[in-house]
Design a protein around this ligand. Structure first.
Ligand SMILES: Cc1ncc(COP(=O)(O)O)c(C=O)c1O
Length: 379
């Protein structure tokens, strides 16, 4: 079948909830992907940070195949021999006390919202149904109904209401705004350490440290959504490490499976996830043996192959080279680790779209902005 046939069939039968480039990919390896005509592209989107280990990493693939020949899904009505080691290994790696595995990133966010509300009512003493969660303008935490309800992107919200109550929106990067927004009913503050979808927006230095202190002082749970920034993307295993802090809840997903399988997780202190009782939350596939085996290997690969350090090194090099480009089209280049971004002057964007985007698989986040997420390594 030819490219145009694929496009036609997709457009005819599929919901148009994405607007992809007209490139039909059929193979991936490391940082490279190939289309059905054999053209090779450097994947600068890295599946929105889900293939931090590179496309089709051979060691993760081997585990996926081996585990799929043994046991894939048991339901959580039984125990399986991959879940306990997954819990133990991920908690040791991320200094967490408890973990709750789900599938997509949005499910991890929903899990966090439910858990902190429960913590608010049962631990902090907030009156039932009064819990407030503070979030930031231009946030991106996924696409479920609760989540788009507190999005500030009109396109994500319009025609999907009514939405859940209990969310307050403040500017990103403004610690004082957080302090002022907290009330006795505030149970949590949820924020991305770097806003990815908003265009790799890096908060001022000291912001995470300041919000950590404000949350501690006010008995408010700090939730860091590291679904995109986590697992080495920014040059540290978790982006919170850039400011030497630890969130109460950390949400990860995407590269937790190296792109092989949807796996996400809520990493928690004892207090929050410790309150959940049987029947109060779960998912048929969450914590299944295939997911756990793949996630265990995906984490091992990140650590054993030095990918986190490589992200810091290559990201710094990449950004310094980007900054050297003296071209009237480039207004700004910013980034941390291998999460970077170029802001182009509007008059140049069409020309860029026609050339660079087609040959490099970049992604336009805003009309004049391009996000770059290189895979970490090509073995
Ligand atoms: C910061 C952040 N949170 C949550 C999500 C949602 O993850 P998923 O698409 O797996 O539901 C994303 C996805 O891009 C994200 O970047």
């Amino acid at each position: 079948m030819e490219t145009l046939n694929y496009i036609h069939i997709e457009d005819k039968f599929g919901a148009h909830n994405y607007k992809p480039l007209d490139v039909v990919l059929s193979k991936g390896e490391g940082i490279w992907v190939w289309d059905i005509d054999g053209n090779r592209y450097m994947d600068c989107t890295s599946a929105y940070s889900a293939v931090n280990q590179g496309h089709c990493h051979p060691k993760i693939r081997k585990v996926l195949v081996e585990q799929s020949e043994k046991l894939t899904l048991t339901s959580r009505a039984f125990r399986n021999d991959q879940l306990a080691p997954f819990y133990e290994e991920i908690c040791a790696l991320t200094h967490s006390h408890k973990v709750l595995p789900m599938n997509s990133g949005a499910e991890a966010v929903e899990t966090a919202i439910k858990s902190v509300r429960k913590w608010g009512y049962e631990h902090k003493g907030v009156e039932e149904n009064k819990a407030e969660i503070i979030v930031c303008e231009e946030n991106f935490h996924g696409r479920t109904l609760a989540i788009v309800g507190f999005s500030t992107d009109d396109n994500a919200r319009k025609s999907f209401g009514p939405f859940a109550k209990g969310f307050k929106i403040i500017p990103f990067g403004d610690a004082k705004a957080l302090e002022e927004a907290i009330t006795p009913n505030t149970v949590a503050f949820m924020v991305e350490p770097i806003q990815g979808e908003a265009g790799v927006k890096i908060p001022p230095d000291g912001y995470l440290k300041a919000v950590r202190k404000i949350c501690t002082d006010n008995n408010v749970v700090l939730i860091l959504d590291e679904i995109q920034t986590g697992l080495g993307r920014t040059g540290k295993l978790l982006a919170e490490e850039h400011e030497g802090i630890q969130a109460d809840l950390t949400l990860i997903g995407k590269a937790l499976s190296g792109g092989f399988y949807p796996v996400s997780a809520v990493l928690s202190n004892e207090a929050v996830l410790g309150l959940l009782k049987p029947g109060q939350h779960g998912s048929t596939f969450g914590g299944n043996p295939l997911a756990c085996a793949v996630a265990r290997k995906a984490l091992k690969v990140l650590v054993e192959e030095g990918m986190v350090e490589n992200s810091a090194k290559m990201g710094a090099y990449f950004l310094s080279e980007l900054k050297k480009i003296d071209h009237p089209a480039i207004k700004e280049a910013r980034g941390r680790g291998l999460m970077s971004h170029r802001v182009l002057l509007p008059r140049h964007i069409l020309k860029m779209s026609a050339t660079v985007i087609e040959t490099r698989l970049l992604q336009e986040t805003r009309p004049n902005q391009i996000r770059l997420h290189r895979a970490r390594r090509h073995w």
